[in-house]
Ligand binder design. Structure first.
Ligand code: AR6
Length: 167
C-alpha cells in the first residue's frame, strides 16, 4: 500500500514519469482532464496524437509530455457509462491495466492517474474507485519495478471515496 498515494492535485502539475490522460477514442483532445493536459502540454502533444490514429476503449497509447513537468502522457480510453450492462466495469479495469503495462514496458517508475470515466463519461465514482484501486494493487504486487502510483484527484467527492477505501 505504501506505493499508492492519494493526492488532491491538478494532474498537469505533477513531476512524474507519466501522467495518464482520460482520453476519448480519437485521442485528439476534449474537455475535462484531457483539455487541461493538452493546454498545459502545448501543441506538440496534439501533433504527436494525430500520428496515433486513435485508440480503442479499454486500451492506451503513450506520447511525450512536451511542456508538462511529466515526461510522458499515457492516453487511456475509459468506457462511457451506459447503465452497467455494456462491459463498462471490465473496460475500465483494462484501461488501468493497459496503462500500467505500457508504463512497465517503458520502464517508468512513477505514474499518476486521474479518475478515468468518472467525469463526462458518467461512471459511478465509488464503483470506479474500487476497480481502479483493485487493478493498481494487483499490478503492483506482480510488478515490483514500479515505485509509485499517485491518484491525482480533482474533486472532493472522489477524494473522500478514495480516502475511505484506503483507510
Ligand atoms: N487533474 C486531475 N483530474 C482532473 C482534472 C485535472 N486537471 N480535470 C478534471 N479532472 P473527465 P472522463 C477529473 O470528464 O469522464 C473529455 O472530453 C474530474 O474531476 O476529464 O473519462 C475526453 O476527451 C474527473 O474525476 O474524463 C473524453 O471525451 C476525472 O478527471 C471524455 O472527457 C475524469 O473526468 C472522458 O471523460
Amino acid at each position: 500500500m505504501k506505493k499508492i498515494i492519494i493526492r488532491k492535485a491538478d494532474i498537469t502539475s505533477l513531476d512524474v514519469d507519466a501522467i495518464v490522460n482520460a482520453a476519448n477514442k480519437s485521442l485528439l483532445g476534449g474537455g475535462g482532464v484531457d483539455g487541461a493536459i493538452h493546454r498545459a502540454a502545448g501543441p506538440g502533444l496534439l501533433k504527436e496524437c494525430r500520428t496515433l490514429k486513435g485508440c480503442k476503449t479499454g486500451e492506451a497509447k503513450i506520447t511525450g509530455g512536451y511542456r508538462l513537468p511529466a515526461k510522458h502522457v499515457i492516453h487511456a480510453v475509459g468506457p462511457v457509462w451506459k447503465g452497467g450492462n455494456n462491459n463498462e466495469e471490465k473496460l475500465l479495469a483494462s484501461a488501468y491495466r493497459n496503462s500500467l503495462q505500457l508504463a512497465l514496458n517503458e520502464k517508468l517508475k512513477s505514474i499518476a492517474f486521474p479518475n478515468i470515466s468518472t467525469g463526462i463519461y458518467g461512471f459511478p465514482k465509488e464503483k470506479a474507485a474500487e476497480i481502479a484501486l483493485r487493478e493498481v494493487k494487483s499490478f503492483l504486487e506482480e510488478h515490483t519495478e514500479i515505485n509509485e502510483i499517485i491518484f491525482s484527484i480533482f474533486d472532493e467527492e472522489n477524494y473522500n471515496i478514495y480516502k475511505n477505501l484506503t483507510g
